[in-house]
Design a protein around this ligand. Structure first.
Ligand SMILES: *[C@@H]1O[C@H](CO)[C@@H](O)[C@H](O)[C@H]1NC(C)=O
Ligand SMILES: *[C@@H]1O[C@H](CO)[C@@H](O)[C@H](O)[C@H]1NC(C)=O
Ligand SMILES: *[C@@H]1O[C@H](CO)[C@@H](O)[C@H](O)[C@H]1NC(C)=O
Ligand SMILES: *[C@@H]1O[C@H](CO)[C@@H](O)[C@H](O)[C@H]1NC(C)=O
Length: 254
């Protein structure tokens, strides 16, 4: 893998939940706005928006033969149906605004992920594009921190591959009476357990490159999501002990 470009955008985590964390519009998949493919994308998005409430996950296709498009939408398993529905609604609107002329597009939010393309990608693990958000602040006790983070990640990764957990693992480690480490992993539901495990292993394997000693970090792939913070961020939310969320930066890795 090579680093194609690095964006360093200071962001604050308190920013509106409607802001996407990133998007990808594939070049050379241009379509015109009146084309059948474009119409099928709109049909697919309408179906995704109306069906996401059922389970928080939709994998579907729209159209026939050369005009067919495949799509997948999923929310994080801890997010409420209401927040999920509103995240996917925003995603469906925003992906068309950001990638108006592309038949292959993806958009990442903290609560949800949406993707469509003309290839049937459903069921295949994909870590070709990674978005890494990291806290600019570092921990003061890296050795102990990395041990605790590694142990917590091992635990929640093994939770995520238990079928009844549907790709979700989350947990926390109390570092002191005042500081708790929180972590969550989520695979997309189309993945077999072994591919979920692989996606999570790749994400965690990239910690030394992008999250090294950071107080918080998020890895966003098309097949899995991994995040840890020194403050509560997953649902149900722990009461916040007032830890500063700090400033984050993002790297997009192809
Ligand atoms: C595809 O569309 C984008 C605008 O969305 C344009 O910048 C680009 O040149 C187009 N590429 C091709 C190969 O037509
Ligand atoms: C999904 O469910 C939420 C909460 O039950 C509701 O507010 C929302 O209108 C529903 N959305 C759709 C598209 O049905
Ligand atoms: C954290 O560590 C990185 C690399 O080790 C360094 O570049 C960065 O300046 C540190 N951040 C702070 C806020 O000290
Ligand atoms: C908050 O601090 C109290 C002690 O002051 C501790 O008992 C509790 O576990 C902490 N909660 C979290 C979420 O860290």
């Amino acid at each position: 893998m090579n680093l194609l470009y690095v964006l360093l955008i200071p962001l604050f985590l308190s920013s509106c939940r409607a802001d996407p964390l990133g998007n990808f519009c594939k070049e050379n998949t241009n379509i015109s706005s009146g084309s059948q493919i474009s119409i099928n994308i709109d049909l697919l998005l309408a179906e995704v928006v109306s069906n996401i409430n059922l389970t928080g996950y939709v994998a579907t296709s729209s159209g026939m033969e050369t005009d067919r498009v495949y799509g997948l939408a999923q929310c994080r398993g801890d997010v409420s149906r209401k927040d999920c529905s509103s995240c996917i609604k925003d995603a469906a609107k925003e992906i068309r605004r950001r990638c108006p002329n592309q038949a292959d597009a993806r958009i990442w939010y903290d609560y949800c992920f949406l993707r469509y393309t003309q290839d049937d990608f459903v069921g295949q693990v994909d870590t070709s594009i990674g978005i890494f958000y990291f806290n600019v602040e570092n921990v003061s006790d890296p050795q102990r921190f990395n041990k605790e983070l590694g142990d917590l990640m091992d635990n929640i990764r093994s939770e995520a591959v238990i079928p009844k957990n549907k790709g979700l693992g989350k947990g926390k480690t109390e570092r002191s009476p005042f500081v708790t480490l929180y972590a969550l992993v989520q695979c997309t539901w189309d993945l077999p357990q072994i591919d979920c495990a692989q996606c999570l292993a790749i994400a965690v394997g990239n910690f030394p490159n992008f999250c090294d000693n950071r107080k918080g970090c998020r890895v966003l792939y098309s097949s899995c999501y991994v995040r840890y913070e020194l403050y509560p961020f997953y649902f149900p939310l722990d009461s916040n002990n007032g830890t500063s969320h700090g400033k984050t930066k993002v790297i997009i890795h192809h």
